[in-house]
Design a protein. Structure first.
Length: 663
């Protein structure tokens, strides 16, 4: 009997998430009636490959019948694994016979039984092993051992070893036929490229990058700024919607219901006479400019991400070409978007359950495929929780058939269950609740859940301190120190994080003044000018933290996250160790564990004693070790599990410490 297999998502209904090189640590309960021993293994089936990989599992606690093993996927695509088990007849016989020998009993009958078992195993070698030469060698060794037993050579029982070929048990277990094993159900594993797990995003509005005040920026201006973003160490440059913006009911500054003749409107009010979701706003440029931007990002080791918002302005071509794709009021007018008391008269939601839902769904798939055809394979998806889960599951599967490297970030600031359901439907990454997690208790609870099953196997968080839609209460009117500590938390707690470009980089803390978590003079509705040379810029810290992230494998995972008590609620301490990759070496600087200590109080110095979990840090408690601060460049020598820290937010919001101990 095989059950309680993990990892598994929704009983196998949806795949477990992994990236290339990230181990799948499999556990299962396997047992048989009686006292027979078992052989248990993981069978890994890579996509598009006929050969299965069988990896032996080991018992973690014989009294609990619990088994563990791992495999490392090295290719993208949909893998599967299953757990299989055999009764180990040879192993059970060998253990029982040895006990009788120890008790001084005659084992002549047992020797004959064992010889028969070994010959039976030898006859199965060709089917089990496949390789003719190897199978012949194993079968010959087993028959030789059987002959020795027949001749009364009980040293076979005592040592169980043919020195030319290896252990008797190893030889017999090599002859176990996979088709004869008991098996669990197959568990799907969706393996994506590493960017899906670890990435740093930088968001910028192209229209705010104009060459002079009052000049509308273009995609060519974004191209001119690529070196600057690359110098900061970001992996992904993300642009809000670049499509034509509707004229009807266009919003003015700060979401004003009446716009002036020169107001630029919201990029999320998509569509005009110039086109819809596959067109470029003429003030931004052309498709050729998008192609140049994709190429420019690639040359600098970055990728371009576009925003896909499946909604339309009243001027979108679909409104006249496919009026049935929208909900209509009793008076025949189309229902615009609302989030009471807010009204978005400039946006018409799509009706994904309309009579022509199939046509609408295909048209939406064509949007993603169009941009992927232009080399864009990273997308931020606006408000996916307002569309059917079945739609996303279908669309993402279809899209990945055509473009398997696509990465999709879900902007679903919603309840936990819908957020997780979208992740299970196929979204690569998900915004989460990080903007609102401020205290040490809140942060620990949030990230402990994200780092533990079932969350860690189905949802990858992307931590963003702010977005164009959200200026959290704790950052309103806050100083540079608070922005700095939030940056360190986002970039080191989560393998993927992002910032809302110049606004966060320059610590813009001015709220709208409407008692909501919104920016004043919001860039969503007007062109802004940013002085990126400001002395308050976080530019230096951004470049440093991104460099640390790239160089240290521990920060590429969430699975090894461990929190360490501090005794001071204003200090948060946590560590990670490198988890994936067959060549991880904890003695190499880039593979060392990393310990972060963050002062959550941006206004005053906080100090306290750390109570370190030395096991999580890979440290021998009997010897001293070093903690090298990757931010400040200082090195501390510590001994034992207690360490004192003091952090002044004006000079250092945090320690990011590389832990090392001489072999």
């Amino acid at each position: 009997m095989i059950d309680q297999v993990s990892p598994v998502v929704d009983g196998g209904r949806h795949p477990v998430k992994r990236v290339v090189g990230e181990p799948v640590e499999v556990e299962a309960t396997a047992l048989a009636d009686g006292h027979d021993l078992l052989v248990v293994a993981v069978v890994h089936s890579p996509p598009g490959r006929p050969d299965e990989v069988v990896v032996r599992m080991h018992s973690t606690n014989a009294g609990l019948d619990r088994w563990a093993g791992r495999f490392v996927p090295n290719h993208t695509g949909l893998h599967t694994y299953r757990v299989v088990a055999w009764v180990d007849h040879v192993g059970s016989w060998l253990e029982g016979t040895r006990r009788k020998i120890e008790a001084g009993l005659d084992v002549a009958s047992e020797a004959a039984e064992g010889a028969a078992l070994l010959r039976s195993a030898a006859s199965a070698a060709p089917e089990a092993i496949g390789d003719d030469a190897r199978a012949a060698g194993v079968a010959s060794s087993l028959r030789n051992l059987a002959a020795r037993l027949d001749a009364g050579d009980l040293t076979v029982l005592e040592a169980g070893v043919d020195h030319r070929a290896g252990s008797l048990l190893e030889l017999s277990r090599a002859c176990l036929v996979l088709d004869d094993a008991a098996t669990s159900g197959a568990v799907p594993v969706d393996v994506e490229r590493e960017l899906a797990l670890c990435s740093a995003w930088y968001e910028v509005f192209p229209r705010s990058l104009g060459s002079a005040p009052g000049v509308h920026g273009t995609l060519a201006d974004v191209l001119d700024h690529l070196d600057d973003v690359a110098d900061l160490g970001f992996d992904i440059l993300y642009l809000p919607p670049i499509h034509p913006i509707g004229r009807q009911f266009r919003k003015g500054p700060d979401n004003a219901e009446v716009a002036g003749p020169d107001d630029v409107g919201s990029p999320w009010a998509i569509g005009s006479a110039e086109g819809g979701h596959t067109a470029v706003h003429p003030d931004l440029g052309t498709l050729a400019d998008v192609d140049a931007l994709v190429a420019g990002c690639g040359e600098l080791g970055m990728e371009l991400a576009l925003d896909i918002a499946l909604q339309c302005s009243p001027d979108h071509p679909w409104v006249t070409e496919h009026p049935g794709w929208f909900r209509h009021r009793p008076d025949g007018s189309i229902q615009y978007a609302e989030n009471p008391p807010k009204k978005y008269q400039d946006i018409y939601p799509l009706d994904f359950e309309c009579d022509d839902w199939a046509g609408l769904w295909l048209a939406c798939l064509d949007i993603f495929a169009f941009w992927a055809g232009h080399g864009v394979t990273v997308f931020r998806v606006d408000n996916p929780h307002t569309k059917p889960f079945a739609f996303w599951e279908w669309l993402i599967a279809e899209l990945r058939q055509q473009h398997p490297d696509v990465v999709l970030l879900s902007e679903a600031f919603t309840r936990p269950e819908p957020m997780h359901r979208l992740a299970m439907a196929g979204f690569t990454q998900s915004y989460g609740y990080f903007p609102w997690r401020v205290s040490a208790h809140e942060l620990r609870k949030e990230f402990q859940e994200l780092a533990s099953p079932p969350s860690v196997d189905r949802l990858r968080p992307s931590a963003w301190p702010t977005t164009p839609d959200i200026l959290p209460w704790h950052l309103q009117h806050a100083g540079r120190e608070v922005f700095a500590l939030r940056l360190v938390l986002a970039a080191t707690l989560s393998p993927s994080y992002g910032i809302y470009g110049p606004a966060f980089e320059l610590c813009d803390a001015t709220p709208a003044g409407n008692e909501k978590e919104e920016y004043g003079a919001s860039e969503k509705y007007e062109v802004r000018r940013w002085d990126r040379a400001s002395p308050d810029s976080l530019r230096g810290l951004l470049a440093k933290i991104n460099s640390i992230r790239r160089d240290h494998l521990a920060l590429h995972t969430l699975r090894t996250l461990t929190f360490h008590p501090t005794g001071n609620p204003s200090l948060l301490a946590y560590s990670k160790s490198a988890h994936h990759g067959p060549d991880v070496d904890p003695t190499r600087p880039g593979d060392n564990p990393v310990l972060c200590v963050v002062n959550l109080d941006g206004s005053s110095t906080q100090a306290g004693m750390l109570d370190l979990d030395l096991g999580a840090l890979g440290v021998d408690p009997g010897r001293a070790f070093t903690a090298h601060d990757l931010l400040a460049g200082e090195t501390y020598t510590w001994s034992g599990s207690q360490a004192y820290v003091s952090l002044d937010p004006a000079s250092a919001p945090a320690h990011v410490l590389r832990i090392a101990q001489d072999p």
